[in-house]
Design a protein around this ligand. Structure first.
Ligand code: SAH
Ligand code: DHB
Ligand code: MG
Length: 237
């Protein structure tokens, strides 16, 4: 176990090393200082690594923020677009009361298989409804089934579809719900919608959010284990 002293060594002037190492080290200290040891979450991450899944899940502090938002809103129904190995999903599902549901959508069968096993390991299988399919195909089914309305939606999938997912999230939300969109800063590339399709997805999503009279939105920029990025956070009225 590392102590605070190990991290003080990483609090070096920027010129001695890339800032992203320092941001990651601070996230490490934050986890050490503030988060409880959690063998289940460790095994969820390990399963994703072993299966060769991309290591692009939210950081632990980011996941904890999502979980806190779920708790303060008293979420009983949570929607997630983009499951990967189920890391953010485990954090979110743990915020649910007895009888609560996380509906999480994933279109890659290999990712979904790892996630399914992870939700099982975490003892959350009864709270998690994992839907295999492209989100834009699955969302109309969720609407037709009347599974919602949702108290919180976390969007974290293919970035060019951000605005489509936001539109669905709003449609499936109850008044007062949170909608959180990941990866909207992208090292600052959000400023340049010509940079690439993901930057355009972030840029256009923020403009879309600003145009919605029924949404109150902001962006929190973040640095940490995932570099320089950010969340858009909206409240539905
Ligand atoms: N929320 C996860 C990370 C998700 S990574 C976490 O923090 O733990 C993005 C995921 O979205 C990947 O698993 C990818 O396969 C999935 N995805 C990409 N396009 C999709 C689509 N059109 N429909 C559903 N899932 C999609
Ligand atoms: C990528 C996707 C994510 O959702 C993320 O949080 C980080 C990176 C990516 O596609 O590279
Ligand atoms: Mg993401």
């Amino acid at each position: 176990m590392r102590g605070a002293d190990d991290y003080s060594r990483t609090a070096t002037p920027v010129y001695l090393g890339p800032m992203d190492e320092q941001w990651a080290a601070v996230d490490g200290f934050v986890e050490e200082a503030l988060h409880r040891d959690d063998p289940v979450l460790d095994s969820v991450l390990e399963a994703g690594r072993l299966a060769g899944l991309p290591q692009i899940q939210v950081s632990a502090p980011q996941a904890k923020l999502l979980q806190m938002l779920a708790r303060v809103t008293g979420a009983q129904r949570i929607l997630e677009i983009g499951t990967l190995a189920g890391y953010s999903g485990v954090w979110l599902a743990r915020a649910l009361p007895e009888g609560g549901r996380l509906v999480t959508i994933e279109f890659d069968p290999d990712h979904a298989a790892v996630a399914r096993s992870n939700f099982e390991t975490a003892g959350l299988a009864d709270k998690v409804d994992l839907r295999l399919g492209a989100a834009l195909d699955v969302l109309p089914m969720i609407e037709a089934e009347g599974v919602g309305p949702f108290d919180l939606t976390f969007i974290d999938a293919d970035k060019p579809n951000n605005s489509n997912y936001l539109e669905w999230a709003v449609k499936l939300s109850r008044p007062g719900a949170f909608v959180i969109l990941d990866n909207v800063v992208r090292g600052g590339a959000v400023l340049d919608r010509g940079a690439d399709a993901n930057a355009a997805g972030a840029h256009d999503a923020l403009l879309w959010l600003g145009d919605q009279p029924g949404l109150d939105s902001t962006v929190i920029q973040t640095v940490g284990a995932k570099g320089y990025d950010g969340f858009a956070i909206s409240v539905v009225s």
